[in-house]
Design a protein around this ligand. Structure first.
Ligand SMILES: *Cc1c(COP(=O)(O)O)cnc(C)c1O
Length: 362
């Protein structure tokens, strides 16, 4: 598509259409679209409603929670970072306990990653919300949905989330380049009076421009065409069907991993990610060597183990536009790769996944 005048009537039509179609995907009234990476949208969430010296509660669920924590610290936030082993999600009981202990309400926000892309663990946001309410604590709830939005059930307003952060390049099936903030009225009010010094990320000027169908500065115009198409595709399939498709592919993948005799990194079945599975390599075998062989032979790129997990796990992802046959191709590539690389494993993972897909074909 040509890059149209972003101050003209044609853009206005596109923008208003996109803004309207975004709301049900987030389950939110206010959604801002930035020309940015997901990391930019992380920063936008922090600078609009937190100030240097503010305390926040975060959980070490994996690589992305760790990075978001580093960013918060750089921006002057004091982070109470609960250590974790990267095999489970946020513990709601611990959220409640930490907030109950904070009797003078020094903690201004609980910041969690919904789907840890580095581990294949999905934290249960409604339980985190419940824990905050049970403690009777006023902290904001900030959630990273960069790899869960439009793939895993999510409801910003209904779940009482204050800021939802997302990006274009995962469940929304687009090239990188768009960052999102969905914002509650409570967070908006806090941002009106507080937050940090900011300009590019400021919510208010953007929302004021958005209400008229425009943006406060040059948008990523061409990506918005793509976003409109992606939102139409999701609507056409039906969000519930999209969620079911991902959950079903997740289960098929786990059946394959178990049949191979490999261990699934996520230890809590209720927290299995519907969009990816991380499998642990047998002792003494390097996941990156396996990944390199599979890339070379089959032109298929598996997710790497990040930082703490480097070389120890590989990740099978099926985010976004994916169907039964693409999943079977993926799993066949992994099973053949395991054989070629000489990794001790059992055959039959592809079969187990295929049987499950047949049984649940509907
Ligand atoms: C990919 C990802 C990010 C980082 O997004 P960028 O667009 O690379 O900045 C952050 N959090 C999660 C959970 C992700 O999956």
């Amino acid at each position: 598509m040509p890059t149209i005048d972003h101050r003209g009537p044609e853009f206005r039509k596109l923008a208003l259409d996109v803004f309207a179609k975004l709301k049900p995907v987030f389950g939110a009234e206010h959604v801002i679209v930035y020309p940015s990476s997901g990391t930019g949208a992380w920063e936008a969430a922090i600078v609009n409603c937190l100030e240097p010296g503010d305390r926040v509660l975060m959980f070490e669920t994996g690589h992305f929670a760790t990075l978001w924590q580093t960013m918060a610290k750089r921006l002057g936030i004091e982070v109470d970072f609960v250590p974790g082993d990267w095999r489970r999600g946020v513990d709601p009981a611990l959220v409640e306990q930490k907030l109950r202990e904070d009797t003078d309400h020094a903690i201004k926000a609980v910041m969690v990653v919904h789907n840890e892309t580095s581990t294949g663990v999905t934290s249960r946001i409604p339980l985190v919300r419940k824990a905050i309410d049970a403690a009777g604590h006023p902290a904001l709830l900030l959630v990273d949905t960069i790899s869960s939005l439009a793939s895993v059930p999510y409801e910003h307003d209904e779940w009482g989330v204050d800021v939802t952060v997302s990006g274009s390049q995962k469940g929304l099936m687009l090239p990188p380049g768009l960052g999102f903030n969905a914002i509650s009225n409570k967070a908006l009010k806090i941002a009106e009076q507080g937050g940090m010094r900011r300009s590019y990320w400021d919510w208010h000027e953007m929302l004021a421009a958005n209400a008229k169908g425009f943006t406060h500065y040059t948008p990523a115009t061409n990506l918005l065409y793509g976003l409109r198409e992606a939102l139409d595709m999701l609507q056409e399939e039906g969000m519930d069907n999209v969620f079911k498709r991902h959950a079903r592919h997740g289960e098929a993948t786990r059946r394959a991993v178990r049949a191979w005799g490999l261990e699934i990194l996520c230890e809590v079945p209720e927290e299995y990610s519907p969009v990816l599975t991380a499998a642990i390599m047998p002792e003494g075998h390097d996941a990156d060597e396996l990944r390199a062989i599979i890339l070379d032979r089959f032109d298929m790129s598996l997710g790497a183990g990040l930082t703490k997990l480097a070389g120890k796990v590989f990740r099978i992802g099926h985010l976004g536009s994916f169907n039964d046959l693409s999943l079977m191709g993926t799993l066949a590539g992994v099973e053949m790769g395991l054989g070629i690389a000489g990794i001790p494993h059992n055959k039959g993972g592809v079969d187990a996944a295929m049987r499950y897909l047949e049984e649940t074909a509907g």
